[in-house]
Design a protein around this ligand. Structure first.
Ligand code: DGT
Ligand code: MG
Length: 603
């Protein structure tokens, strides 16, 4: 595997120094590319000077016939040299740019993977996608085309202007008189286009977010027959992007004719003056030929220079956007001084724990305190939004509590490295997520070693999904997701359950892990999990009394507070929410039984 360099140091106050650091390791290559371009420029100038000499000295010479092949060879040689150096320079620059882009993309991907839950809660997927793809690509173009182009044109200018000076000083100055004006216009466009491009990229981010969200939620859109609304909303954003894109294009459209006109006028004026001087015999015909060539070599590239300078501003904008991602602080994974035993025992205490999500005034948890002995089963119940998921998410340190203390095996949670916690704590999340790969790969996702069929089958059996998987034509090789089978909610849940079971965690968290399966399957899973839970602390979040009734401790949550606690038996003796839920669920059960009984009798 390639090691990914730390690009944190590319976040600097000035973009130039950041870009300079980004080029770390590639600077020589890039310098050689620019030097090649310079040599190509020298060859180009020499070509025109030789052409001038040819007109002045060779054509009128008596031994012209002998000299002709030699001069022709020289001209061809120079043309080839120019081509070869341009090729080498372009290739090296492109290669460097590709390498920088690849490094940057890898770094961004790696970095984004390591950002906290809080960051991901607040950032939009489409935007992150855009920054790792289109923004990096704009930067690649800046290195491959624009920066190298500016280097090349600067060298072309120096070389050709020096050559012009050797021809005739007055003419040399006449032929570049317009250049400061062109440069000023370019600078003006640099700022204008930079701003317009930033606005354009921002809108593109809005559009890609909308697209991404829409495609992910396409079924909801269809189910509510909201296509027309979505199409309209998309059109509004798209129109805005079109408008901003048009502004950019218009700027370019304005820039080109203006500079073309200026450069054209400059050339005509230069040729005119040189012509007059030639007629008056101040310069020779050969000098005129050389002069024309050199002026063309200077003026057209200068015209492009403005475009390149303006385009560099887009690279700067993209770099700024990439920098804001790099600036985000990674979640430290291995920091922590706790001596990590091979395996957690699973003693958990919450001591007056408070927790609020970032930028939220309201706390999601208030003064939570409880103790769980190793190997016990603790159940969390409570209405939706009461804080059950928030509570268990504190254990693997997805979020940090703001007040109070959580200990695990007697050690403050903050002293454990996150990597250890996440390895040791198996969590079946509330929303099951499967990757677009085979069921086998999905189940073995959490383990690093090779998994035997027996291990895999055992995990799938414990999650009551083995038979289901075997019923698919491709069994465990069945592809899931986009281009594979579409699984039911319950099937997905059970596969994610199998994935966690296979990790054999020291502490198990089941966040509504069986909410999408029927009561009977729930029972099968509970029975199968029984053995698995025996020696490990298990947190179970559930809504069915049957699922939680054998727990060693049941916590009833409401608005982020524990309102009732105890075992099933204890809670039944208390007036309160638990008792109400129990009564409600038993009544429904009873009614069902009676109806079922009546049906059986009738038939
Ligand atoms: P559930 O899953 O619907 O049965 O509900 P719980 O009990 O799992 O609720 P929970 O912990 O997800 O939410 C507790 C409160 O925190 C609720 O008011 C919503 C809020 N909340 C949940 N997740 C986030 C989040 O990522 N960011 C912010 N700002 N608030 C959140
Ligand atoms: Mg929840």
């Amino acid at each position: 595997m390639n090691t990914i360099p730390d690009l944190k140091q590319t976040v600097t106050k000035y973009k130039f120094s950041g870009l300079w650091r980004l080029m770390d390791g590639y600077r020589w290559q890039y310098l050689i590319a620019i030097i090649s371009m310079g040599l190509a420029a020298v060859a180009g100038s020499a070509l025109y000077i030789l052409l001038g000499k040819f007109v002045d000295d060779v054509l009128p010479a008596a031994n012209m016939r002998q000299l002709l092949p030699l001069v022709s060879l020289g001209l061809i040689g120079l043309a080839l040299t120019q081509g070869a150096f341009t090729f080498i320079g372009g290739r090296l620059a492109a290669q460097t740019a590709e390498n920088i882009a690849r490094t940057l993309r890898n770094y961004l991907y790696d970095h984004i993977q390591q950002l906290s839950f809080t960051y991901h809660d607040q950032s939009q997927t489409g935007e992150l996608l855009q920054r790792t793809t289109s923004d990096v690509d704009t930067m690649r173009r800046m290195f491959a085309e624009q920066a190298i182009g500016i280097g090349r044109i600067s060298l072309l200018f120096v070389v050709n202007f020096t050559a012009l000076l050797t021809l005739n000083v007055r003419l040399a100055f006449i032929s570049v008189i317009i250049i400061p004006i062109v440069l000023m216009i370019s600078l003006f466009f640099f700022f204008k286009i930079g701003k317009a491009y930033e606005a354009f990229q921002e809108q593109e981010a809005v559009l890609s977010n909308r697209l991404q969200e829409n495609l992910t939620g396409v079924r909801v859109v269809k189910a509510f027959a909201r296509q027309a609304y979505e199409i309209e909303a998309f059109d509004v954003e798209n129109r805005e992007k079109w408008g901003r894109g048009r502004r950019l294009t218009l700027m370019h459209a304005f820039y080109w004719p203006t500079t073309d006109m200026l450069c054209g006028t400059q050339m005509v004026a230069a040729f005119f003056f040189a012509g007059v001087m030639a007629v008056h015999g101040e310069i020779t015909a050969g000098m005129y030929v050389a002069y024309v060539g050199l002026v063309v070599q200077i003026i057209w590239p200068i015209r492009n220079l403005g475009r390149l300078v303006a385009d560099v501003s887009t690279g700067f904008v993209s770099f700024g956007r990439v920098q804001t991602v790099i600036k985000e602080i990674k979640e430290p994974m291995v920091e922590g001084t706790a001596v990590t035993a091979d395996r957690l025992h699973g003693a958990v205490t919450f001591d007056d724990v408070h927790f609020a999500y970032e930028n939220e005034k309201e706390h999601a948890l208030h003064g939570i305190s409880f103790t769980v002995k190793p190997g016990k089963k603790i159940a969390l119940m409570g209405s939706t939004g009461s804080g059950k998921t928030s509570l268990v998410n504190l254990l693997p340190r997805f979020y940090e509590c703001s007040n109070g203390r959580i200990t695990l095996d007697g050690v403050d949670l903050k002293r454990y490295p996150r990597a250890f916690l996440r390895e040791q704590i198996g969590i079946v999340m509330q929303e099951p997520f499967l990757f677009s790969t085979s069921i086998r790969n999905n189940i073995s996702y959490g383990v690093n070693h090779a998994v035997t069929d027996e291990e895999m089958f055992a995990a799938a059996k414990a999650a009551a999904v083995h038979e289901v998987i075997l019923s698919f034509p491709d069994g465990y090789e069945t592809m899931v997701g986009e281009r594979g089978v579409t699984l039911s909610g319950g099937q997905k849940q059970r596969i994610t359950l199998a994935r966690t079971i296979l990790c054999d965690p020291g502490l198990l968290i089941l966040d509504d892990a069986t909410s999408a399966v029927d009561t009977e399957t729930d029972e099968v899973i509970r029975f199968a999990l029984e053995k698995l839970m025996q020696n490990r602390t298990t947190f179970i979040i559930a809504h069915r009394i049957q699922t939680v009734m054998d727990a060693d401790l049941i916590l009833m949550l409401e608005n982020g507070r524990i309102i009732q606690r105890g075992t099933h038996k204890e809670l039944l003796t208390q007036e309160g929410t638990y008792r109400q839920i129990y009564d409600l669920q038993s009544r429904i059960e009873e009614e069902l039984q009676t109806e079922l009984g009546e049906l059986i009798i009738e038939n």
